[in-house]
Design a protein around this ligand. Sequence first.
Ligand SMILES: Cc1cc2nc3c(=O)[nH]c(=O)nc-3n(C[C@H](O)[C@H](O)[C@H](O)COP(=O)(O)OP(=O)(O)OC[C@H]3O[C@@H](n4cnc5c(N)ncnc54)[C@H](O)[C@@H]3O)c2cc1C
Length: 412
Amino acid sequence: MTSTLHVIGAGLAGLACAVSATQAGRKVVVYESAKQAGGRCRSFFDAQLNTTIDNGSHAILGANPAVFKYLASIGAEAELVPVEHTGEIPFVDLENNARWTLRPNAGLFPKWIFDRARRAPSTIAIDYVKGLSLITAGKRHTVASTLSQSGTAWRTFWEPLTTAVMNTPANSASALLLGKALRQTLTTRHGGLRSYVPKTSLQQTFIDPALKFLEAAGVRIHFDSPVSISTDNARVIELHIRSGKVGVSNGESVVLAVTPWAPVTKPFLGEAFKPEPSGIVNVHYRVDTADNAPMMIGIIGGTTHWLFCRHGLVSATVSADQELVRLAHDVIAEKLWPDVRVALDLSGRATPPYRVIVERRATPLQDPSFAINRPGPKTKAANLFLAGDWVDTGLPCTLESAVRSGVKAAGL
Ligand SMILES: Cc1cc2nc3c(=O)[nH]c(=O)nc-3n(C[C@H](O)[C@H](O)[C@H](O)COP(=O)(O)OP(=O)(O)OC[C@H]3O[C@@H](n4cnc5c(N)ncnc54)[C@H](O)[C@@H]3O)c2cc1C
C-alpha cells in the first residue's frame, strides 16, 4: 500500500479523499490550484468588515451522515453546532409578516408533521406526506411537476426546501435527486431535517482540521499548483504542475476532485454531460445586534431566502440565482437589505457596511438532465477516478455528496 495516490483539488471532495486514503494506509500527495484549501467551502479575512467570513453561509442537515463521519475522522465533530440548539428554524413571511418555527424532531419517524406547533401555519400533515411521491418519481420529473403547487405548504416548505437543498428552482429541479435527499432524512436517527452550522467558520470546521490531520500523517499538499494531465489513453502517465512533471507509475492512481467546469476534467467527461451553472449570492452585513437574532432564519416572499446571524454579521443568502449574479455589488446589497430589516425588526436602519460574494458556479443546475447524465467515479483511464459534489452519488450537489464522492474514489 505504499504506491502514491495523487489527489487533484483540495475542496471537500479532495480532502475527504485524502483523509480516507491516508487512514487506509495509502501514501497521498495533494495538488491545489489556489493558494488555500476549501474550494467552494472556504473562509477568508475581509479587510472591509475586519473579520473572517465564509464565501457563502453553509447549512448541513442531520441527514448528512458522511459529513459527520468526516468531521469525526479529523477530530472536528464539536466544530459543527445545531441551530437554536435543536436544529429548529424560525421562518418569516414578508408578505404578511407571519412568523413560525419549523421544529423537526429527532428519531426516524417525522412526528413533527402531525404537530401544528412544529410545522408552517395553514398546513396539514398530508401536505408533507405527499412529498413521499418524490421518492418514487421518475428520472425525467421535476419537483414542480411531481408535487401540487397549490396550497400553503408549497410556498412555505417544498419550494424553499428545494431551492436550499438543490440550488435549483423547483420548476427545473430533479424530483429524483430531491427524493433521494428526502429518503436520507427519514433514515437519520438524530433528525434528518435538523440544521447545523459551523461554530465559527467553514475553514475552522471543515478545512483546517483536515489539513492538520494530513500534515500530521506526512501528506504533502502543493498549493498554487494547477495540474494538467497526460494519458496514454489507457492510463494517466504524468501530471504537470508549475514546478515540472510528476510521473505516475504503474500501481499509482489519480483522483481528480475539481469542478465539472475545470478544463482538466474535459477529456474525461461524456458528450451528453453539459452541466449548467447555478449561482448563489451572499451579502454579509455588519449588524451590531446580529448575535441576539436566531442563528438561521428562513425568509418567504422576499428576494432573500435565508439569513445567518452570528459573530456580528447578518448574512443574507439567495440560492438558485441567475439574476442577482449579473448586478453590481452595491445594487445587490441595497436590494437585500430591506428583507433583512423587516425580518429582524431593524426598521429605519440604513444599509450597514457589507461584503457581497457572488458564486456564479456555486453548483450545477440540478435538473433531470443533470441527474441522468452525471458521471460516476470511473473514467476511461484505468488509474483515474473522479470526485466532487457533481459526481454521481445519487444525492444533490452538497457537502454530503462531495465527501461521499471523495471517500468512494479513495476506496476505488
Ligand atoms: C455560496 C455557496 C453556498 C453553499 N451552501 C451549501 C450548503 O448550505 N450546504 C451544503 O451542503 N453545500 C453547500 N454548498 C455546496 C458545497 O460548497 C459544495 O458542494 C462543496 O464545497 C463542493 O466541494 P468539491 O470538493 O466537490 O468542489 P470544490 O470545492 O469546487 O473543490 C475543487 C477544488 O479543485 C481546485 N482545482 C480546480 N482545478 C484544479 C486544477 N487543475 N489543479 C488543481 N486544483 C484544481 C479548486 O481550486 C478547488 O479548490 C454551497 C456552495 C456555495 C458556493
